[in-house]
Ligand binder design. Structure first.
Ligand code: GLV
Ligand code: GLV
Length: 322
């Protein structure tokens, strides 16, 4: 008998093929998020739950099926899952790190470019028929070359972002106490305050944890240069979004490039009216290759769980060490 897997949203074709080959798959047929009740319905009748970062997997869902063998998250971040509760019940939780590192770093750079060089505004300008010829002061932005890039969260993704900066002759600052960054590139460790004061671009790459919630708020915005640009491809709640709005409106900083929001998919009121922010809908890992590779890792995690092996990307390893 094949094990049953409940998949909360259709994944890329190659991934669905692999899943269908090895599992009895119950997949959400609609390309939209499920309600909590729908997730409970699916989870209560499966061996493994394969879920997304946009699904909140709380204790009600985790405990709805006493035979649940594992929770496989299709994301590197896992703040959407009550991992502590799953661990209490000895249920393995897995994620998909590694494969999305470079793709996410590319996106951070896409946001750096588009914010600094006002690409989105420029595109609108041209489409709206406003381009009447070259102008010496038309849509002036900021240089990237030779500037200072501050990396907050110099882990896998933060390091990949910093590496790309060497082609731009940038100075790299980072604030983590524990990072391997200096094994691969020249970078300087400074405290967060110094990083915020000295960086022209500040890019966030920390995981969502109680201690990283609102890491960037009023005080931090006020430390930043008024020419600085803030980039966020991590999790929305790392920034106090209300304060960000004020910082953008009152020009405490020059701009921001955001892929994530505090209350996704809601944005704080007023943000969409700001010209000095580039807004993307949480697509940092959204390349065809990477979304497929994430699915393959999720599949491999699910297979290992079913076999009783330690999955390749386990989040709560301690359940195997009890
Ligand atoms: C994306 O945000 C992820 O955590 O994979
Ligand atoms: C710009 O197009 C220039 O030639 O300076």
């Amino acid at each position: 008998m094949k094990p049953k897997i409940f998949v909360t949203r259709m994944l890329p074709d190659k991934v669905m093929e692999k899943l269908n080959h090895n599992f009895i798959v119950n997949v959400n047929p609609d390309d939209k998020a499920l309600s909590k009740e729908e997730i409970i319905n699916g989870t209560s009748d499966c061996d493994i739950l394969l879920c997304l970062l946009s699904d909140t997997i709380d204790s009600d869902i985790i405990s709805c099926n006493p035979n649940l063998k594992g929770i496989v998250n299709y994301a590197v971040g896992f703040n959407n899952i009550d991992v502590e509760f799953a661990t209490k019940l000895n249920i393995p939780v897995t994620n998909t790190p590694g494969v999305l590192t470079e793709t996410t770093a590319d996106m951070a750079w896409a946001l750096i470019f588009s914010s600094a060089r006002r690409i989105v505004e420029s595109d609108k300008f041209v489409r709206n028929g406003k381009f009447k010829g070259w102008g010496p002061k038309l849509l002036l932005g900021a240089d990237i070359y030779g500037k200072t890039l501050g990396i907050i969260g110099a882990g896998r993704i933060g390091i990949a972002v910093a590496k790309r900066a060497s082609g731009f002759n940038m100075k790299i600052l980072y604030s983590d106490k524990n990072s391997n960054i200096e094994k691969t590139i020249q970078a300087k460790q400074v405290d967060l305050k110094t990083l915020l004061k000295e960086s022209d671009f500040v890019s966030l790459h920390v995981p969502m944890l109680p201690e990283t919630r609102h890491l960037i708020g009023e005080k931090e915005f006020k430390l930043m240069k008024d020419t600085a640009i803030l980039i966020n491809t991590s999790r929305g709640a790392v920034i106090n979004e209300k304060m960000l709005l004020q910082a953008l409106q009152e020009k405490w900083i020059a701009g921001a490039g955001l892929d994530v929001y505090e209350n996704e998919p809601e944005l704080v009121d007023g943000l969409i009216d700001c010209e000095n922010v580039v807004l993307a809908p949480h697509i940092a890992s959204a390349s065809v290759e990477t979304r497929t590779n994430m699915g393959i890792i999720a599949f491999e995690n699910a297979v290992a769980i079913w076999r009783g092996d330690i999955p390749p990307q386990i989040v709560n390893r301690e359940i195997y060490e009890k």
